[in-house]
Design a protein around this ligand. Structure first.
Ligand code: NDP
Length: 335
């Protein structure tokens, strides 16, 4: 059973003598900064001179440049996209780090894959909400918590975990309970979800579309059944409200039997091998290396994959069903 920390085990006092700064004021940066400030933790923002900086000033924060916030903070939240963190770290952060500082990440990627290697005299901590920034803020305002992972890689001060827990409390996560985790675990669950779970669900959905169209079914009707009716949203909702398996009871007996009796055939041994290989590439760093090269080459493969996606018959069917999409979105999401 995972170790779960609650408010009572997280002492904001450990931040009293430390100056806290956020690099970035985007999805997570804005939400976490507001929550920390409302929890009584003074926080300043480091950002380049653009609209995010203006937004932080409008929200009443003191904003300085990134090198300045790095120099003037003892606890530094790295809340800019993972892809740009290594460059910003080397150029603007590393030269200003001093013994006893703490660097806090909301993702395991750059530390687990050694894209960033902070010095040994610095605490390297993880506070990773499992929630989008907008909800990090709105749940805090509603006095609710949300899932979050906390951990540390390097505990130079002896206070690394206490600092992580204080931040988790300040952003409202320990109200519900923060799981003790690690940079490795965060990176693995995140990347494996993207590359196996969501990639697999997306690809199977496309196969469903392609196979039925191949068998003479109308693309618009298949696209409607696939996602435009909003049924999958109801299934996802029911997985949360009723439970992963229990939601099956909301379906007909024919559906229950079909789903439960055919599920294992969807992951035959050959596919299990592929899944193991994907996990191997994630764990060994082979994927991280491939992705770093793709970025260095200015994303040629990603661009090509996007072109294929936009040109897929499902995208064309979806475009022809724009009016229906709007009605369903309104019915299910209130948009
Ligand atoms: P955003 O894309 O919202 O970050 C935007 C911020 O990054 C802005 O302040 C922007 O400022 C700054 N920024 C972007 N590019 C650069 C650059 N080249 N140099 C300096 N600053 C830059 O990031 P997220 O909030 O989505 O992600 C932040 C961290 O949180 C990541 O580690 C992510 O993995 C993690 N995380 C994100 C979640 C989410 O819901 N999005 C959920 C949980 C964790 P400007 O444009 O002014 O440069």
């Amino acid at each position: 059973m995972a170790r779960i920390y609650h408010d009572s085990e997280a002492d904001l006092g450990v931040l009293k003598s430390r100056r806290v700064g956020s690099i970035g004021f985007g999805n997570q940066g804005r939400a976490q900064s507001h929550n920390l400030r409302d929890s009584g933790v003074p926080i300043r923002i480091g950002n380049i001179d653009d609209e995010y900086r203006e937004r932080a000033i409008e929200d009443g924060f003191d904003v300085v440049s990134i090198p300045e916030i790095a120099e003037q903070s003892d606890v530094l939240l790295m809340l800019i996209p993972d892809e740009v963190q290594p460059e910003v770290y080397e150029r603007d952060v590393a030269p200003h780090l001093k013994p006893g500082d703490a660097l806090c990440f909301a993702s395991g990627y750059n530390i687990f894959y050694r894209c960033i290697t902070p010095p040994e005299e610095v605490d390297t901590i993880l506070v990773a909400p499992r929630m989008i920034g907008r909800a990090v803020r709105s749940l805090y305002e509603q006095q609710e918590g949300y899932p979050c992972l906390v951990g540390f890689e390097n505990d130079a001060s002896g206070d690394a975990l206490r600092i992580a827990l204080a931040i988790a409390r300040g952003i409202g996560a320990t109200r519900l309970g923060a799981f003790h985790s690690s940079f490795r675990e965060e990176a693995l669950i995140d990347l494996f979800a993207e590359q196996m779970l969501w990639a697999g669900i997306n690809r199977l959905a496309l196969t469903y579309f392609e196979k039925l169209v191949e068998h003479g079914c109308d693309p618009e009707i298949v696209a409607t059944e696939l996602h435009l009716s909003g049924e999958f949203l109801e299934i996802a909702r029911a997985m949360i409200t009723e439970g992963f398996f229990n939601q099956l009871r909301l379906h007909s007996h024919t559906s229950q039997y079909g789903q439960l009796s055919r599920g294992d055939r969807m992951v035959p041994p050959a596919l299990q091998e592929e899944i193991a290989q994907i996990m191997g590439e994630i764990e060994s760093g082979a994927f991280a290396k491939e992705w770093a090269q793709e970025q260095a080459d200015e994303l040629p493969t990603l661009r090509k994959l996007w072109e294929q996606a936009v040109d897929h018959p499902l995208s064309h069917a979806e475009a022809r069903l724009e009016a229906l999409r709007q009605v369903v979105a309104k019915a299910h999401l209130g948009d």
